[in-house]
Design a protein around this ligand. Structure first.
Ligand code: G1P
Length: 296
């Protein structure tokens, strides 16, 4: 069955981006002129998602507004003859159906996903976390959907290889590669943020999941886990004992925009990818290297 719904938790306070996040939602902070959340929603839409369910908290109205029509702005752009901008703004406001549900207390990712239970209903659904942007011709979520489809609609966790010293930043999976598809593992379990010497593998999830609705009853049962929070990882770990769950090493370049250095990396990279910006930006970079006496 087609996966139509995606849950995107955006209730976090964005403390790593203070003071900007004192008054604006972290998700609206742009890379160049495109808000980070735009990239996540486009990945979902290009994967075939028809409904986005944001799990929000106070002060996140700008994210919902961003994906709504802005008729006043549209009328202004139309009158000003700014056709290209008008098209862009209309497209953003009409590309997908958006709903939201509040997470009243920030009790962890597992708790956030549980808030979406009623809106998801009895369907297999996607979860995308906003701190990571994955660039690829075939979107990351679509790749996971294809693996899920090949395995009768089973849950699939997107994974990537990380340096062992980084395992404590992620949910880490364990499992056995499939004989006919080395990029996919039948999962045996999953652990949240293990220390490098305790990590079963170096396959980490940057926050891309295809989940079946049984996850909700598990999320209601689990105790608090790592960081004293209700962890999605712990629920997936239990799910692995109840049915086949897969992990898939997706294709694509991933940017960790959840912290400043990753954000800077993405900004420079996206500017260099843009043919309209690249020549002038390369000149600026050369001048900065000279001005700041950077030794390359
Ligand atoms: C969350 C998840 C973790 C995942 C990570 C990806 O952790 O709990 O399993 O690997 O997102 O960014 P957080 O970074 O919110 O602490």
């Amino acid at each position: 069955m087609k996966i139509k719904k995606a849950v995107i938790p955006i209730a976090g306070k964005g403390t790593r981006f203070l003071p900007a996040t004192k008054e604006i939602a972290k998700e609206i902070i742009p890379i160049l002129n495109i808000p980070m959340i735009h990239h996540i929603v486009v990945e979902a839409v290009e994967s075939g998602i028809e409904q986005i369910i944001f799990v929000t908290s106070a002060g996140k109205f700008a994210v919902e507004d961003y994906f709504d029509r802005n008729l006043e702005l549209e009328a202004f752009l139309e009158k000003a003859g700014k056709t290209k901008e008008l098209e862009m703004i209309r497209k953003i406001g009409t590309m997908v159906d958006v709903t939201s549900v509040r997470q009243k207390e920030q009790l962890g990712l597992g708790h956030a996903v549980l808030m979406a239970q009623e809106l998801v209903g009895q369907e297999t659904f996607a979860v995308l976390l906003g701190d990571d942007i994955v660039m690829n011709d075939v979107p990351c979520t679509k790749q996971l959907m294809e693996v899920s489809k090949r395995h009768g609609g089973a849950p699939v966790i997107g994974v990537m290889n990380v340096p062992r010293e980084d395992t404590s930043k992620y949910g880490i999976v364990r499992g056995t590669p499939l004989p006919d598809d080395k990029m996919t593992l039948r999962m045996e379990g999953m652990v949240e943020k293990p220390k490098p010497d305790q990590a079963p593998t170096t396959l980490a999830t940057p926050g891309r999941y295809i989940l079946s609705p049984e996850i909700f009853s598990i999320l209601k049962e689990i105790p608090r886990g790592a960081g004293n929070e209700y962890q999605l990882t712990d629920a997936i770990n239990i799910l692995c004992g109840r049915r086949d769950v897969y992990a898939h090493q997706f294709q694509g370049e991933r940017f960790d925009t959840g912290h400043l250095m990753g954000y800077l990396d993405a900004t420079v990279d996206f500017a260099l990818r843009d043919p309209a910006l690249r020549p002038a930006f390369v000149e600026i970079l050369k001048q900065k290297v000279l001005k700041h006496k950077v030794i390359l």
